[in-house]
Ligand binder design. Structure first.
Ligand code: GDP
Length: 304
């Protein structure tokens, strides 16, 4: 991702590198190029505008430092601002003092939540944790089975309602809030130290779906609420992210489908409008296609 952005900025920065001093016209030309490149990368318009204004203000306002020439200084400013918006330091999962650590997943249908649940659980298992997956997406007919398949692949047990089967959890069937609550209780009883709750999405944001997610959040009081967003979603990322931020007040972002043609603008847009850090990236359909998101590395990649 960001390849063409890198290339375009590289040529602009190359011009700046030769300069001893930066004029306002130099800064304007650079900022214009940055603005154009970010728009091409599908970063949302208001985010681009704010970013460009910020960079310009800093570039003109800062003293030229001894170590860097003015061109390098603009590069550094752009880099700093990108890292800042993307969340600054790499944000790790906050583990609960009293296990289990409860992680809730939220996002639109098709965003990649169920896939991520499998990936995250496998990764956590590899880190020495003992996760439990909870299938609280009762909206999509296949979601429970899909999570069970992912759980099996990851070697992680799945708590799911059993429709029509007499069980101690039968009362939970059909009620995602109850399934979520009982799944967390199951994790506590069976001494799982992390529990990942998959929730339902819809094709678009609707108030009933958001209410259900908010009810689940209130019922299980998660340590982390991860908002999963398809990186291909482009300019729609801002509205979707804002709706979920208001609805469930998520704590971190997971960008999925970064292996596709996505230009990656969603990362900047979502982090910028919500102020929440991007924590993980999903990069394929296999359970190992999963990465910790490093803001500084991403910024370097953008500017390389
Ligand atoms: P959910 O509705 O949010 O649970 O979304 P799913 O996890 O079911 O994912 C929807 C589709 O996207 C499935 O076909 C997944 O295989 C696919 N998918 C999920 N994550 C990724 C990813 O990172 N890269 C690619 N290429 N496909 C993905």
């Amino acid at each position: 991702m960001f390849n063409s952005l890198s290339d375009r900025l590289a040529s602009t920065f190359k011009n700046l590198r030769g300069k001893g001093r930066l004029s306002e016209a130099d800064v304007d030309a650079t900022v214009r190029e940055i603005r154009r490149a970010l728009l091409d990368a599908d970063v949302a318009v208001p985010v681009v505008r704010e970013f460009a204004a910020h960079v310009k203000e800093r570039a003109l306002g800062e003293e030229v430092s001894g170590a860097l020439n003015p061109g390098q200084q603009v590069v550094k400013i752009v880099n700093d601002e990108l890292v800042n918006i993307l969340g600054g330091e790499t944000r790790r999962i906050r583990l609960a003092k009293n296990p289990p650590t409860v992680i809730m997943l939220a996002g639109l249908q098709g965003a990649g939540k169920t896939t991520l649940a499998g990936k995250l659980s496998k990764w956590l298992r590899g880190q020495g944790h003992s996760p439990l997956l909870v299938a609280a997406d009762l909206q999509r007919p296949n979601a429970v089975t899909q999570l069970q398949v992912n759980g099996q692949r990851a070697g992680v047990p799945v708590f799911a309602p059993h429709p029509g089967v007499q069980s101690e959890f039968e009362s939970a069937t059909g009620d995602p809030v109850a399934v979520a609550r009982q799944g967390v209780e199951e994790a506590r009883q069976k001494l799982h130290d992390v529990v990942i709750v998959d929730t339902a999405g819809r094709l678009g944001v609707d108030s009933e779906m958001m209410q259900q997610a908010a009810d689940i959040r209130a019922a299980i009081n998660p340590d982390e609420v991860l908002f999963v967003i398809d990186a291909m979603i482009g300019q729609d990322a801002v509205n979707t992210a804002q709706a979920f931020n208001e609805g469930v007040n998520f704590t971190g972002v997971v960008l999925s489908k970064l292996d596709g043609d996505a230009r990656g603008g969603a990362a900047l847009s979502v982090a910028s409008v919500t102020g929440k850090p991007v924590m993980f990236a999903s990069t394929g359909e296999n359970l190992d296609d999963f990465e910790i998101f490093h803001p500084d590395r991403m910024a370097n990649r953008i500017l390389d």
